[in-house]
Structures are given as C-alpha cells and as structure tokens.
Design a protein around this ligand. Sequence first.
Ligand code: NAI
Ligand code: MG
Length: 484
Amino acid sequence: MSVESLWFDSSRCFVDNEWIAPVNHQYLELYNPSDGSVLCQIARGDSDDVDIAVESASRALNGIWGRTSALERGRILHRMGELVLEKTEQLARIESLDVGKPLTQARADAVALARYLEFYGGAVDKIHGQTIPYLDGYTVYTLREPHGIAGHIIPWNYPMQIIGRSVGAALAMGNVSVLKPAEEACLTALAFADIARQAGLPPGVLNVIPGLGAEAGAALASHPSVNHLSFTGSVGVGKLIQASAADNIVPVTLELGGKSPQLVFADADIDAALPFLVNAGIQNAGQTCSASSRILVHRSVYEQVVDKMAARYTSLRVGPALDDLDVGPLISARQRAIVQSFMDKGDDLTVAARAQVNDQLPGNGFYVSPVLFSDVSANHPLAHEEIFGPVQVIMPFDNDDEAIAIANGTRYGLVASLWTQNGARQMRLARRLRSGQVFINNYGAGGGVELPFGGSGHSGHGREKGFEALYGFSTLKTVAAKHD
Ligand code: NAI
Ligand code: MG
C-alpha cells in the first residue's frame, strides 16, 4: 500500500506557506499500522525548525493577519472547510493508511474537520465585547483579542478532529498557529496546511513542524514567544506542557483522556443502549480520549447486559483500515505492547467475550483482539487506568449512590453517560457526576462541534469546541476612557 494520493512532499515542514526541508535534514519513518510497512518519510523537525516557524507566525501576526477582520477570517475558514469537504475521500484514505482507522471513521473525521471550520468561521464575527456602565465621565468597553502565537501539540488518534477544534478556533479568533503533529501520524496535518494555503490563508498564519515530542514538541512548548499552548495526549506529557506553560506564564489547555463510564439503570432501554455501550469502547480501536472503557450496570439487569454485550463482541470484525470493518489495528507496535500489558493484567478477571482476529490478517499489522471483562471490582487497575485500546470492563452496582461513587472514583473526569428513563434521576445524577460532558440516553451526541468539551482532574482543564473554545483562544482587554 502506498500514499499515492498525497499531493505534497510529506518529508517537509510547512512554514510561510512553503514546503521546506528540515534545517538539520533529519527524517523519521511513518508506518502503516495495517501491515507494519513503511508508508513514507516525514521531517524530524527540531528546535531550529520551530524557531523558524515561530518567526514566520510572528511576522503574520504583526502583519497581514493582525489586520484581517473577523468577517474575512471567517470567510477564509469557510473556504478551508469547503476544500476539506471536496477532498473528503482523499483525506479519509490518507488518514486510514496513516492511523489505521477504518475508512468510515476516517471519513467522519474529515467531515468533522470541515464542520469545525464552518462553525468557527460563522461564529467569529458574533463574538462581541461589552460596554460597562461606570463613573460619570468615563466610557468603558471590552475588546476580545487573540493571545498571539498559539502552539498546538496533538496526538495521532484523531488528527483531523483535533486540528479542527484547536487550530480552527485559534485562527478564527485571530491567533497564528504553530502545529506539532504526532510522529506516529501526521499526514492529514500536512494536507490540512496545504488546503489552508489553497483557501487563501496568508503565509505564516499556520505552520506545521512534524517531529518527535522530546525535540520539536518540547521546543514548541518551551518557546518564549509562544503565547498559548494547547495539548492533547498523555497525562505524563501534559504535566511537562503545563510546566513549560508555567515557566513562560502562558495559558494552557490540556485534554488528557479518561476512564469514561456509562451507567445503565434497571429502567434503561437496554436495546437502545447496546450499540453505544460497545461502540464507545471499540471506536478507533479504543484509542479515543472519550472512549467509554467502564460499563456500570444495575445488578437486576447486569447478566442481561453482559450477555448482550458479549454477543456483540463475538461478532466484531477486525481488519485492515481500508477494508473498513469494525476495528482496525492499533497505531503502533509500542501501543500494542501497552494494550497487551493491560490485557495481561486482566488474567485474574472473567473474560465475558473476546472478538476473534482473523489469522489471514497481514502478519506485521498492529492488531489486538477486543476484549470485554466482566465482574470487575472498582479497585482493579483495569477499572481505573486508561488503557487506550479495545478493552472494556463491566461491573454491577446496587443503588444510585454506589453507581456515582464508582463513576467518580477515578482520577479522570471527561465524559459519562446515564441510561435511565427516570427524569428525576437523570437530572439529579447528571449534577453529581464529575465529568466535563454528561450524556443522557446516548453517548457522545454525535460528537457535535457545538458542544464544549474538556475534563477535570487528570483529564485536564480548559474547554475546546463550541463558543467556549473561542473564549479560550482569546483574552479580554478593558478600555476605560475619561472624557468631559
Ligand atoms: P504522548 O502524550 O507522548 O503524545 C502526544 C503528543 O505529544 C505527540 O505529538 C508527541 O510527539 C508529543 N510529545 C511527547 N513528548 C513530548 C514532550 N516532552 N514535549 C512536548 N511534546 C511531547 O502520547 P503517546 O505516547 O502517543 O501515547 C501514550 C498514552 O497517552 C496512550 O496510551 C494514551 O493513554 C494517552 N493518549 C491520550 C490521548 C488523548 O486523546 N487524550 C491521545 C494520545 C495518547
Ligand atoms: Mg509518548
């Protein structure tokens, strides 16, 4: 398999609307997770490349982009969104090859990217300051202004969606961006930069430097000219990013994953819940920040839910991304080893079901067999550590208080859902869940870009998506004029 559909040189960095070789001429290999082959070379950018990108961004901020109206920024974002939609199939195929995700899921990511650009493009001229009644002889008003240079460090699991919610919101508000995609998957980030150029985004407004986290990523996070950091990835690296932000006293948004529960009560419509219970665990092979890896079920319906989920697991089809089955490979041999070691920790647990992996699959692909563990106690490592693979645990509870105690009993707090027909319980428990998003009788609500998203605790802080992201990617200036 190859990436014949690439229309740009994937081994370069994108700076000033040009494709440039990395300063130190170092390169990395990108792998195709579906068969383990080398897909292509990418730049191993480092601090020298980040410096050049930040200088380019700074010129754009102090030049043309700083003078571009909200209306015009919105129009450019709309054009970017239209081009993304035109190229949906190409982008989806590139993402499938690079990330290993089934084509349908990659296609949905491309459509979501376009939708972010459309949403932020349309929202940005509706963000207003205020006039504030004050002392006689004063007129006071507020201006919402960009931070300046935004640094984005993103992971490999949903490159297009994360670019949409992060870079889309930053550019809409008038920031300039330097993007460090993940070394495991960065082709759609590069494709996006070229699409932005084609749509008329001026040089320097968006720069992309691929490379290793400890090199290009650390250089971007610690760069003294960067004014805002947004990061999606592991808790460990999130701490480093927050420390860098502290050094330079810049705001930071962290989205660090979770251990998101779905709570199924005795009065739930179980057949309606079933596809969500399973899909939320195995989508993108479980490599999703908002994956639902814990299923909590009232004891009276517990056996029924275990049996029905198990039946679904045994019918899951695992295979190469372009075959577009239910579950693709994991991103890398390293991620497979991490997930495998978690599965091994479940040796003492009951396996309710394990999906079969076809032995005809390409031998060097990074496949694992999705597994559902039942009767898991809340203090078992698999019940509170993020696995980031197609593994779910299911556990019984006896009453609402116990359900909430288990649900809130991890260090994370990103997403949760309640499956119950009882309106009072829905309202009461939605308040008690420690979670950035709560869904009632659904999970994820289709991922709408309008819905503010982010966590608490080790899931991170700050909000992306919706109007909240536009506030996050801007700062407020108060102007007080004294006059007669
Ligand atoms: P990671 O946190 O190491 O990588 C995410 C991004 O951070 C990549 O672009 C990487 O190059 C960059 N990075 C790494 N070290 C850095 C540093 N010192 N300074 C600046 N940037 C740095 O995550 P990784 O290793 O890919 O996955 C490990 C685990 O992290 C997963 O098993 C999963 O539990 C979690 N994770 C969570 C994600 C989420 O969506 N919340 C996404 C990816 C990983
Ligand atoms: Mg890492």
